[in-house]
Design a protein around this ligand. Structure first.
Ligand SMILES: C[S@@+](CC[C@H](N)C(=O)[O-])C[C@H]1O[C@@H](n2cnc3c(N)ncnc32)[C@H](O)[C@@H]1O
Length: 364
């Protein structure tokens, strides 16, 4: 019998911000069993970083990520994502952060140095744990980059998802690597996937900050003049175009509207170590950008691989509800302790509710 433990952070601490009631719910269990309990078209946005293939041991027999072959891993991820598509609203967005792995022959006592994710706790493990990224049977060779993010995106596209953007999360402080025959890896991908052609996307919420020079030109006016004979060449005078852009920006600024350029698809965000026991946390800034652009205020964000609760934390900072699914109950506790003070600090707590509500109520 399926036993889903519902770990409510806020059944209890329903917090209010701008008239919007928010809650974080953590569902403790295997995503493959928990997702079918969620309703069709019930979440506005999905933000997640699943376990990468063959990189970490999350200490649970039901964990995803340690499949013996890359294809088994990809098949599992495609079927989890299919179920995610069912629970996502038709105009919802799915932000999938996924890193790559290197194929590595095993056999010796030394684990291969090739790894991508930072903080890989399996290197040098003394208990002999040795996840396979064996290239045999994959068309891969020892030392090949597996290209998992790209393979997964193509499979998801074929399965019905719209692939709308390939975002590069550039890490200015990457994990040092001991390799000497290739550049150090300093990025991961975030795929923006959708269920439909049209979907909720708030471009204004993640616009780039306007440049100093634009602000100066708005303030002082722009009187530049083109020096070439644009008229007889029948092309627009670039100075006129620039004047128009600056004038439009000034009007927007006066109306309190954002004036920066549309967000680009390379996001520079530093990795930050998290002191809890979980060792693969996403930066809050990364989750926040996805939530701001992809989920309306008061909507619900789902993270099917909730970990230490970064998505829930970021959702609540920004007035969104969150549902997290996490297999490992230690991480559930970490997420709870991380999110609850945040809720209490930032939002009004309803009088009639207390913090002593039910925990780990078994359903189903
Ligand atoms: C990369 S971590 C997620 C980190 C998270 N974004 C954060 O910032 O804390 C992947 C998580 O997936 C969880 N996980 C692995 N297999 C799972 C499964 N079958 N069902 C649910 N969660 C699973 C792991 O326990 C781990 O916490």
């Amino acid at each position: 019998m399926l036993k889903v433990c519902r770990h409510w952070l806020v059944p209890v601490v329903h917090a209010k911000s701008n008239g919007v009631t928010m809650a974080v719910t953590i569902l403790n269990g295997d995503v493959r069993k928990v997702l079918p309990t969620l309703e069709d078209n019930s979440v506005d946005c999905i933000v997640t970083s699943p376990p990468y293939w063959g990189l970490r041991d999350y200490g649970n027999a039901d964990q995803i990520g340690l499949e013996p072959t890359m294809h088994e891993y990809l098949d599992t991820m495609v079927s989890v994502c299919r179920e995610l598509r069912r629970v996502l609203k038709p105009d919802g967005t799915f932000w999938l952060n996924i890193g790559d792995s290197y194929a590595a022959n095993r056999g010796g006592s030394t684990p291969p140095p090739e790894t991508i994710a930072s903080g890989d706790k399996m290197r040098g493990r003394k208990d002999g744990y040795n996840p396979s990224r064996d290239p045999k049977g994959h068309g891969l060779k020892h030392k090949d980059l597996c290209m998992i993010p790209n393979r997964l995106a193509i499979l998801l596209q074929e399965d019905g998802w719209y692939v709308r953007s390939e975002i590069i999360w550039h890490k200015p402080n990457p994990m040092p690597e001991s390799v000497r025959d290739r550049p150090t890896n300093s990025h991961e991908k975030v795929w923006l996937l959708t269920k439909s052609e049209k979907y909720y996307y708030d471009a204004d919420s993640i616009r780039e900050a306007p440049s100093e020079s634009l602000l100066k030109q708005i303030k002082e006016g722009y009187e530049g003049n083109g020096t070439k004979d644009y008229e007889s060449a029948k092309v627009q005078n670039p100075s006129d175009t620039k004047k128009r852009i600056i004038e439009n920006a000034r009007k927007k600024l006066e109306a309190g509207l954002p004036i920066g350029a549309n967000a680009k698809n390379v996001w520079t965000i530093t990795t930050k170590s998290f002191k809890g026991a979980h060792f693969a946390t996403m930066p809050v800034d990364l989750a926040e950008r996805c939530i701001l652009a992809g989920c309306p205020v008061g909507g619900t964000v789902l993270d099917p691989f909730g970990g230490a609760g970064t998505t829930g934390f970021a959702a609540n900072l920004n007035g969104r509800n969150a549902t997290l699914i996490e297999l490992n109950n230690e991480y559930v506790s970490i997420a709870e302790s991380r999110i609850t003070p945040n809720l209490l600090e930032h939002f009004e707590v309803k009088d009639e509710q207390t913090n002593d509500g039910p925990r780990f109520v078994a359903t189903g």
